[in-house]
Design a protein around this ligand. Structure first.
Ligand SMILES: NC(=O)c1ccc[n+]([C@@H]2O[C@H](COP(=O)([O-])OP(=O)(O)OC[C@H]3O[C@@H](n4cnc5c(N)ncnc54)[C@H](O)[C@@H]3O)[C@@H](O)[C@H]2O)c1
Length: 579
């Protein structure tokens, strides 16, 4: 037995496994107890390593010899970007980071995490215990990216990284979604099943509810919900829960990026302290103040700008804003996102990045409120607001057209502005535009119901007891998303005022019970001429492209149109009321 080799082996094991002391003990038990033969091989290799030029070379030599020496470990070969190596495992190619601290343990059942391809835990398995990931690493290939929250934002992001050749694991608390994804199925209409099935088949994409596997990731992108609570205050419980799930699995030089929309300061004040609690540090240093800061891991914020159903601007075409807790963090995130979008816009800190997303959504909310208010005025003055907007939109500069409607919906515009007004109060500041826009937009469904009541009144009918068919429950046209949809509020108000309510939506054959509403007893009514004729009023709330407006107007007694979807209808125009 070569004691010099043995000493080096223990030294290497201790330093490599310092971050994972349990694994260290188990590994040592395995080597010392059940696999004396393996121990002898390692000691010999380590003794050879002592004469190698550098410590790092020595380690790498020892590591590769160990891999080759372990039965069943598979064939190891250099990857495209040394010092990384690739190994064939039971189910595909596995990237091995040998930046000084990765070991393959054979038969030490309790100490390693599974090879990410090797779900069944058969064959060779790999534990990664810290790697040398400089920011430049994230511009490279063969990364393993974890996406927490596989919803409207996380899923397209995951598929985009797969498209660019990276390997992605989706983490979600919803087991049904995880099972569907692993079966190559979609649960969001505009996200193609074929893409999911293809990447699952290529073992490039998989989903899991096992958050301990976060430790296997090079980068972890957080895309969980950020709703408002009952008092319309930020509910950051999903973000906090995710940070707490990452913390025990956080690895040296891992990149963590928050994508969920939130108030300025969330990444620094909420996420950072939770991640740092385990000992690894990521010092706050605004870009330009201390650019050479040493950081143990990278933390950044990069807001998502997904517009579900938008065929003109997909993820790849939409530039991405990135702010880091420090410059290395921003650099790492810039390089990562540079692989999937046409342009990355770096900003000085996570706060500017957080605020930029809120500005975009507040801008929309305020402008929608403005045209909604001007619509009310135009109606009172006997003008057509849509014609006015169309005319103004011909100005080639300095004007952007927004459309009035029955209220605002979706996951962003109705909620995000309140994240900022809530935070502003901490600074004794009232964000008045946000409040005013919120007030006007919230009042729109009430205005619509009054218009329905007036239109029925003109026909000598009361809203109470009238049969009303609402068209379109999703919050905007051609999407299967009804989060915060004004249609849900309209349905509540119609019920409260005693109307007999039914609905049609090609994207929702039936409605499920929701947090604030329960219309689970309703099924989408087929749009036949006979059915349409049976309603006292047809209320158009969402202008899905599939609606044949002329046929609807022809068959209906009365159409109240909140979207100007009937703008080109001439026949039976007298049945239409714009509101
Ligand atoms: N939908 C959009 O168009 C859009 C656009 C830009 C930004 N955003 C923002 O992106 C974030 C995510 O929105 P979304 O629309 O994708 O939401 P979503 O509800 O579609 O998806 C969120 C996913 O996270 C999962 N989840 C919840 N808690 C979790 C946890 N603790 N760990 C892991 N997974 C968890 C849910 O099961 C769900 O699959 C929000 O902050 C939202 O404001 C959304």
């Amino acid at each position: 037995m070569d004691f010099r080799g043995l000493a080096v082996f223990f030294l290497l094991t201790e330093s490599a496994l310092a971050v994972k002391s349990n694994a260290c003990m188990a590994a040592r038990r395995s080597f010392l107890g059940s696999d004396a033969m393996l121990l002898a091989i390692i000691c010999t290799i380590s003794s050879v390593a002592c004469s190698a030029k550098s410590f790092d070379d020595a380690f790498r030599t020892a590591f590769l010899c160990l891999l080759i020496g372990v039965p069943g470990a598979g064939k190891v070969r250099p990857a495209k970007s040394p010092p990384f190596y690739q190994m064939d495992t039971c189910a595909g190619v596995c990237q091995i980071h040998t930046g000084g601290a990765a070991w393959l343990f054979h038969k030490a059942e309790s100490c390693y995490s599974q090879c990410s391809f090797c779900e069944s835990a058969k064959g060779a398995e790999l534990t990664i215990m810290g790697t040398e990931r400089k920011p430049e690493f994230f511009g490279g290939k063969d990364l393993h990216i974890g996406i927490v929250g596989c919803g409207y934002v996380g899923l397209p992001l995951a598929l985009r990284f797969c498209e660019m050749g990276q390997r992605v694991t989706g983490f979600d608390t919803d087991k049904q979604k995880v099972d569907k994804l692993n079966a190559g199925q979609t649960y969001i209409l505009h996200i193609p099943e074929a893409a999911i099935a293809k990447f699952v088949g290529q073992k490039r994409f998989g989903a899991t509810t096992d958050f301990t596997r976060l430790k296997e990731m090079d980068a972890v992108l957080i895309c969980v919900p950020t709703p408002l609570d009952e008092r319309r205050e930020p509910d950051l419980s999903y973000v906090e829960e995710t940070a707490r799930a990452i913390a025990p699995n956080l690895q040296r030089n891992q990149l963590i990026v928050l994508e969920s929309t939130t108030y300025p300061g969330t990444t620094e004040e909420l996420v950072l302290p939770i991640l740092e609690a385990g000992g690894l540090k990521c010092p706050i240093a605004r870009a330009g103040t201390n650019d050479n800061v040493q950081t143990d891991f990278y933390l950044a914020f990069s807001p998502e700008r997904e517009d579900p159903g938008n065929k003109q601007f997909g993820l790849a075409q939409i530039p991405k804003v990135v702010g880091g807790i420090n410059l290395p963090s921003r650099r790492a995130a810039e390089l990562l996102y540079g692989q999937i979008v046409a342009r990355v816009i770096p900003v000085s800190s996570t706060r500017e990045a957080e605020m930029s997303k809120l500005l975009e959504n507040i801008f929309r909310s305020v402008n929608i409120a403005l045209v909604n208010e001007l619509k009310l005025l135009s109606q009172r003055m006997g003008m057509d607001i849509w014609e006015v907007i169309e005319a103004s939109a011909t100005k080639p500069f300095g004007f952007m057209a927004f459309q009035p409607g029955p209220g605002i919906g979706g996951h962003c515009i109705p909620l995000d502005p309140y994240y900022l007004s809530w935070k502003a109060r901490e600074y004794d500041f009232e964000a008045r535009f946000i409040a005013l826009a919120g007030e006007i937009n919230t009042s729109m469904p009430y205005h619509v119901i009054n218009a329905v009541a007036d239109a029925l009144n003109q026909r000598r009918k009361a809203l109470k007891g009238s049969k009303v068919l609402l068209l379109g429950v999703s919050y905007k046209k051609d999407v299967d998303d009804l989060r915060e949809s004004p249609s849900l509020k309209l349905m509540q108000l119609l019920n409260e005022r005693g109307a007999i309510l039914h609905y049609n939506d090609p994207y929702f054959p039936q409605l499920q019970k929701m947090r604030h509403y329960d219309y689970s007893h309703l099924k989408s009514v087929e749009l036949t001429p006979q059915n349409l004729a049976a309603y006292d009023c047809v209320l158009l709330a969402t202008d899905h492209s599939s609606y044949d407006m002329q046929a609807i107007v022809d068959a209906s007694q009365l159409v109240v149109d909140t979207r100007n979807a009937t703008r080109r209808i001439t026949r039976n125009r007298e049945k239409v009321v714009l509101c």
